[in-house]
Write a protein that binds this ligand. Sequence first.
Ligand SMILES: [Zn+2]
Ligand SMILES: [Zn+2]
Length: 352
Amino acid sequence: MVPRRFFSASMAALVLPPSPLPASSFARARFTAPLCRAAVPLPLRRSVPRSRLQSSIANGDLSTGSEEQSEIIFVGTGTSEGIPRVSCLTDPSKTCEVCLKAAQPGNKNRRRNTSILVRYVSSLGRFNILVDAGKFFYHSALQWFPTYGLRNIDAVIITHSHADAIGGLDDLRDWTNNVQSHIPIYVNNRDFEVMKKTHYYLVDTSVVVPGAAVSELQFNLIMEEPFIVHNLKVTPLPVWHGKGYRSLGFRFGDICYISDVSGIPEETYPLLENCDLLILDALRPDRSSSTHFGLPRALMEVRKIQPRRTLFTGMMHLMDHEKVNEDLSKLKETEGLDIQLSYDGLRLPVNL
Ligand SMILES: [Zn+2]
Ligand SMILES: [Zn+2]
């Protein structure tokens, strides 16, 4: 049983091994420190000044966007298999209009695995905080990182351990080999246990053949309690994602992000009060599935939570961007509800 404790970003910064180190000792240190910290308080042996950890972040990556304004970039807004589905494009009947449209460059029905990037501007610099790195992370990053002048990944926060949320952890090697020494990962113990199996070579890099370069990830265990990432308070929003399976949404300031949900426990609703922007799972137009809200249920939750504005995410190929948005627009007139579908690459200035 892990003690109810979380490890703040400042603690994480203080126990980072100094770099550069030889690959083997670096790997060993990276493995032992987080696990020890998860089990028992660890004396802070190797202190690295906070300014050193963040120097590359604070000095670079200022090429686009406002230097003053935090923002959210939708890295992906679709289901696990992506939109378009290959099976729809190879279907001789060619009946799936959404997938046919999604195959055209620039179409808003083109959707990769759900993920957002929070670009947080503070007095310490700008920080790129990614929520989830799923199977299609490389393809999302290939499109949006150059477009928006993104370079560093200063943290990754994990909602749950399905493949469309963690399948891209291996691709982070391009960053830790070529951009930065390591990436802090914030994950709860349940999902960390899964990663020990699915990504065992990233959890314990000492098993990697000498000379082979894999992602250098620094794991920080979180609980269902607020934690700090680069001075930004992040509040977990525990939800059900199928029967008996827990996933986390996250609140950043007054922005609430819940990408994978089939039910919201009563105790989570107070954490959603006074929400300025709600980003919520809405898989399909007609009904919910066992693991995701459909549009009717998502709308019901919006009426209950009463955010100022809502953007749906996680849409499958039955959700046509223009058509569903047209229908949602009518709710503004009839009920005063500001709701639209998000889309890959959508960039929103926000106050955090
Ligand atoms: Zn389709
Ligand atoms: Zn999932």
